[in-house]
Design a protein around this ligand. Structure first.
Ligand SMILES: Cc1cc2nc3c(=O)[nH]c(=O)nc-3n(C[C@H](O)[C@H](O)[C@H](O)COP(=O)(O)OP(=O)(O)OC[C@H]3O[C@@H](n4cnc5c(N)ncnc54)[C@H](O)[C@@H]3O)c2cc1C
Length: 182
């Protein structure tokens, strides 16, 4: 059971892959999984596919199996198939499940940071939140951030934080609150 074709697609390339449909972006997600294998099955609850989605999947040889997935079949600690409607089992080596990202915003909300309608902290470029002195980077603010993106945001936030601290030093020096030695 895999959540991300970018993180895990290569590991299961050219195998029998499945994609669990039903979510809003599942068809597009299946088209991305299709880059990794010729044998991809899209499991869709009945009546959820539009004609356009159906033709797009079929055009790229993605098989559509309609019904409710009732079980994943595991043999020798490995996925071997997907059972549909307590009947047919479709042999599969891996099943991709499009995730729904949920912000882990308890700490930020508790600090008083403004949170948008989807639950993500509102930020300015560099990662500053609406609460002075609170900065964010990575998945807490951007669900699509991979390791390299999250690390980059961390670097950008560190530079912005340092600039903020220098600004404070300058304000304090001008106001005579600190003495700067040569
Ligand atoms: C199964 C899986 C596979 C993945 N594979 C890849 C891959 O192959 N390549 C890739 O680039 N990305 C991959 N990712 C995405 C990658 O994990 C993230 O992009 C990355 O971890 C984001 O880093 P982060 O620092 O923002 O968040 P995290 O790594 O999640 O770090 C946040 C940390 O904060 C801690 N924390 C949370 N709340 C609190 C609190 N209140 N107090 C103190 N600590 C707290 C958490 O415990 C955690 O340690 C994968 C993700 C998953 C789930």
């Amino acid at each position: 059971m895999l959540h991300c074709p970018y993180c895990h697609g290569y590991e299961v390339r050219d195998q029998q892959l499945g994609v669990l449909g039903g979510g809003p972006d599942a068809v597009r997600y299946a088209q991305i999984v299709r880059q990794w294998a010729d044998d991809v099955v899209f499991f869709a609850p009945r009546g959820t596919l539009t004609e356009r989605q159906r033709s797009e999947l079929t055009a790229r040889s993605v098989e559509i199996v309609e019904g409710i997935v009732t079980r994943v079949v595991v043999e020798d600690d490995r996925l071997s198939g997907i059972e549909v409607d307590h009947g047919r089992t479709v042999p599969r080596a891996a099943l991709f499940v499009p995730p729904r990202f949920v912000p882990n915003n308890g700490l930020l909300a508790g600090l008083g940071c403004e949170i948008d309608e989807q639950g993500w902290a509102v930020t300015r470029p560099g990662g500053a939140t609406t609460v002075p002195g609170v900065w964010v980077a990575g998945n807490v603010t951007d669900p699509r951030a991979q390791v390299i993106t999250a690390a980059g945001q961390g670097s950008a936030a560190a530079i912005a934080i340092n600039a903020d601290l220098v600004d404070e030093d300058v304000r304090d020096a001008v106001a005579g609150r600190t003495v700067t030695s040569r």
